[in-house]
Design a protein around this ligand. Structure first.
Ligand SMILES: [Fe+2]
Ligand SMILES: [Fe+2]
Length: 374
């Protein structure tokens, strides 16, 4: 074989080897990217607690470590508190702002990696650990906390690839936590507004005081029993609190009237589901809440007041409110009648199951009644 041929064969072998290495590296990078993509997707829409728990699991699995702790910054105090932890990090540990590795990571906005923390002035932070990595959780606009990890199952120290991975997952998690905080703030604001509405409704007549909150409590218990999802339950909570908001337009003399209502007064009161849904009709993203309000006096057999919807034509939110509402109305004093006992009111629900009420919802209420009134 000529020398030229041998050289080109060797060159080819080298190219093949390089190519195999590149492919291997690419496949590692691809795997890392797809893990990160999968993790960042799985964070969306979660609460802060759920994000922290998920982050802890992902770090423990992907870095193969026994100790992981997620610390979040206290909004009011210069402290980082442990939100979740596993392994050798105490679950209630709070780290005050100061000269320590947690706050170095936060303030320098850089990961801190130690092969043996016991040979540094920071050994007190977690005396049972040797190799430690601390990575800041920094969102788009604010710092939210840190991830601390240690104790690789293999007993090895951390490599540059480990801190790179931790940084990548930390930035995804920090964005998710920042969004969840924002969502929480907006929710608080929204809920505050809803409660102001509730007070406005109930302050008009002492006869209905506490009604919206009790209806909400019963409705939520029914929805849990029916395994409705979290988003439905959150919207049902608002619907329960606001279901009688339309009564804000009902004359107080009618609300407080002792004795039977005449036909005109009855028509006036019966307007409240329509008035209520029209007040809230601007909240387009809460369409099912306004429908829940609009149809909460429809009847399962189609003999309701307004649109005479029948059976499952009535939105399920309205059907749940209907049972909860009727039960609270029957078990509360009204200016024109005394309240019924719980037993009698429960019996009324059974008597009217399949007529006024969705039988499945009456069944669900019967399942949870003991837990509600114990
Ligand atoms: Fe009502
Ligand atoms: Fe009501």
């Amino acid at each position: 074989m000529s020398k030229e041929n041998t050289n080109s064969k060797e060159q080819l072998k080298q190219v093949q080897k390089d190519l195999a290495l590149t492919v291997e590296e690419l496949s590692d990078v691809y795997e890392e990217i797809s893990i990160l993509y999968h993790i960042s997707q799985s964070f969306s829409g979660l609460t802060i607690d759920d994000i922290c728990n998920k982050l802890l699991d992902e770090v423990a699995i992907n870095l193969d470590v026994k100790t992981v702790s997620i610390l979040l910054l206290d909004e009011e105090r210069p402290e980082a508190y442990t939100a979740v932890s596993t392994g050798k990090w105490a679950p209630d540990k709070v780290i005050a702002k100061g000269d320590n590795i947690i706050w170095h990571a936060i303030e320098r906005n850089k990961p801190q990696v130690f092969c043996d923390i016991n040979n540094t002035p920071h050994k007190k932070i977690c005396p049972d650990l040797q190799a430690i990595m601390v990575c800041p959780l920094t969102g788009k606009k604010k710092k939210v906390g840190v991830i601390l990890t240690g104790e690789k199952t293999s007993g090895e120290e951390f490599f540059a690839s480990d801190s790179k991975f931790l940084m990548a997952i930390a930035s995804q998690a920090a964005l998710a936590i920042e969004n969840a905080y924002l969502h929480q703030e907006l929710e608080g604001f929204f809920f505050g507004t809803v409660m102001a509405f509730v007070k406005a409704i109930e302050s008009r007549s002492h006869w209905t005081s506490g009604h919206s909150e009790r209806v909400t409590r019963y409705a939520l218990a029914i929805a849990h029993q029916m395994n409705m999802d979290r988003s439905f339950i959150e919207r049902l909570r608002i619907c329960g609190l606001l279901h009688d908001i339309g009564k804000i337009a009902t004359p107080i003399e009618i609300l407080d009237k002792r004795g039977e209502l005449d036909d005109n007064e009855l028509i006036e009161v019966e307007q409240h589901p329509l008035t209520g849904s029209s007040i809230l009709s601007e909240l387009k993203q809460f369409r099912d809440i306004t429908d829940g309000i609009r149809y909460h006096h429809e009847k399962w057999d189609g003999n309701g007041v307004h649109e005479k919807l029948k059976g499952t034509e009535i939105p399920v939110m309205a059907r749940i409110i209907s049972v909860a509402d009727a039960f609270d109305a029957m078990t509360s004093d009204r200016p024109y009648r005394k309240k019924l006992s719980f037993e009698k009111a429960l019996n009324e629900l059974i008597v009217h199951s399949g007529k006024q009420f969705d039988p499945d919802i009456v069944d669900a209420f019967m399942q949870v009644k003991d837990a509600l009134f114990l």
